[in-house]
Ligand binder design. Sequence first.
Ligand code: N7H
Length: 509
Amino acid sequence: MSASPVQLNLKNIQGNILAGFNKDYQSLLFVRFNNTTKGRAWLANLIPEIANCEEVGAFNQLFKALNRRRGGELGILKATWTNIAFTHSGLKALAVKAADLNKFPDDYKQGMRARASITGDVAESTPGKWVGDFNTDKIHAVLIVASDTQFDLHEQVARYIQNMTYNGGVELVFIQEGAVRQDEPGHEHFGFKDGVSQPGIRGFNEPDDPGNPDQGHPGQDLLHPGEFVLGYPTQAGVGVPPQLDDLNTNPGPPSMSGPAWTTDGSYMVFRRLKQDVRGFHDMIEHEAARLGLTSAQLGAKMVGRYASGAPLEQSDEMKARGIDPNQGDPAAIDASFTTSAKDNDFEYGDDQAGKFVPRAAHIRKTYPRDQDVPGENPTQKHRLLRRGIPFGTSFRPSLGATSHEPEEAFPHDRGLLFIAYQRSISDQFEFVQQTWVNNAGFPGGVAGHDPIIAQKDNPRDFNFTQAGGQVAHIQLMKRFVVTTGGDYFFQPSIKALHLIANVAVPTDL
Ligand code: N7H
């Protein structure tokens, strides 16, 4: 972790926020507090088990170093981590003072269901159709339990359930299991590598090149931590031209939201996103054939990366080596395009027209990088730290691998458990979903909707430029990603957990 003028209190910040659990198996336990005293007692008992950023970060570094030195995953280092986050009604059920409850922002207070007109969760995605108890007021908190082995995870979860039964005042409302795909680890269900691009954080992520302290990996701008954790400097806001984004060395004011004890906490968005894998792949095969492209090329146009994770945007190195990513996956020529040294080393400023990555491609909509976005805040004010994991079994191994498989005996429930951390739900998650993803007019002209996650009315448009320069258009007649649950949570510091549980705060935090 880098020496920085910003000293993060890593012991006080829950571990999944900045470090990321990064485990193959996860269970999300959604709970309700039916009794304040018992709820507080249950939380007080749980606090020593809550993993912080210092230990999760140290484990992740050791894990990587061991794998590098001894070549491959060895299974000799394992851990099971737990974090906890609360809905606004959950904090109320634990009798947080009314004056403090009132200080929280409206987005969090209202919760995801009430914000459906902002996120575009209508039609199949409407909250009335959500699973479990996501369409009720029942959910007060979520335990995020993550482990390297399924056995350890289940043992831990069984113990938590036993504790709840014993306590009597905490009810388990819904369990959601998530797991890395066994057939294609690191890839989400449509077949694309996920978790490739994340914001780098000053004071936490080391620059690869000490001579370039504003970048983590090449192309990964280091951001001020206040964008994701409350109480720290933020990116400078309105008035800073987007092209200065990656230089943003003079920070904006510390992030503040809610009562004073929210310092070292973060807002967490959870969305249970069901993926229609068969429908998506059939559509791609059909449209690719119509347009004279391969399925892999059309998939890359929709996402902005190939399934391997290699960028579709032409980097300086690709230019110099005469590699044209429009013609096929650059990783087929050189696998290093899928490593952290090269998989983010691109911007969109020199591809304003979307000749390589369409202006509506998923990764360009959700993080437009240096692209000229007239009248917008710098794009870096709308970043998300993503901690998602797939749920459900795999259907097709990879994009275009086989075609016309038999129908599944019954349509499986599979998709992505989207988890993202931020300083403000309305400035970050909601802004990205409403102003960029669901908005065919962003970034100007007729870019179209995000073909992967837009949640607006059907039919939806996706426009892009083909390799030869001709404009192509796809009308997505259905959603391939449907919201089936979710809510807004606040993930407090370890110190704040003590305050909520009404027990003494340790002096070393
Ligand atoms: Fe997305 N996908 O498979 O197509 N996403 N995403 N996402 N997403 C990304 O860079 C996917 C969702 C972002 O920094 C990749 O890690 C799917 C939501 C952001 O350049 C792939 C679902 C939101 C980035 C996918 C889904 C976002 C990103 C490329 C739902 C926010 C980073 C790999 C089922 C509203 C952009 C990578 C950057 C990347 C997919 C959901 C946002 C492959 C299937 C709801 C910010």
